[in-house]
Design a protein. Structure first.
Length: 194
């Protein structure tokens, strides 16, 4: 009996900790706040002392201070991000981010809700998540991750109001990309059977 109580207590504490972490990841970042990047599963502060080194661009400096991705509207960075995505991400997420082994990335659904914001999206890519989403810190530099993120954001095909990485005024003017045929077909098939 005591053993079951200890297990339930640990499990409850773990679930409470994860829900608090998710809630903290969803809070908006203010100019006065210190940005702390955390592992999406454990909540531990990410150690940036190792991983693929790259140029500390203005975009990297800005992101590390504000969690705002300057590449989100940079066409050149988006093109580089697309090339990087095809090499590093498309095997699991599909060539159009329609989802394969890993989930689709162009819609409003996120397995980890923190991914709806650039800070959380970065944390997932950099330090990994559960299942097959391993950390990409050794494959992509921080600057490359930001470019991949910009590409993924550029192909968003869902409801503009759910594009939470954008400020409210930008969401109001967002014209979603065209939904990939593979995703649309899978969605139609799902709707027919459910």
């Amino acid at each position: 009996m005591m053993r079951n109580l200890q297990f339930l207590t640990r499990k409850t504490a773990c679930l409470l900790g994860l829900s608090m972490l998710t809630a903290a990841s969803l809070l908006p970042i203010t100019a006065d706040a210190q940005v702390t990047f955390r592992n999406g599963m454990t909540g531990e502060v990410i150690d940036f002392s190792f991983g693929k080194k790259g140029e500390e661009t203005e975009a990297v400096k800005h992101f590390m201070e504000t969690a705002e991705n300057l590449y989100n509207h940079d066409e050149k960075a988006i093109k580089v991000g697309e090339d990087l995505f095809m090499t590093a991400c498309s095997g699991c997420h599909g060539h159009h981010a329609e989802g394969k082994l890993g989930p689709a990335l162009g819609d409003a659904y996120w397995t980890y809700p923190a991914g709806r914001y650039d800070k959380g999206f970065f944390e997932i890519i950099y330090d990994g998540a559960r299942a097959m989403m391993g950390p990409q810190r050794n494959n992509l530099s921080i600057d490359e991750i930001l470019q991949v993120m910009a590409f993924v954001r550029s192909i968003y095909w869902d409801d503009p109001e759910k594009a939470l990485w954008l400020p409210e005024e930008e969401r109001a003017n967002l014209v979603p990309a065209e939904m990939p045929a593979e995703f649309k077909e899978a969605l139609e098939n799902f709707n027919k059977t459910h």
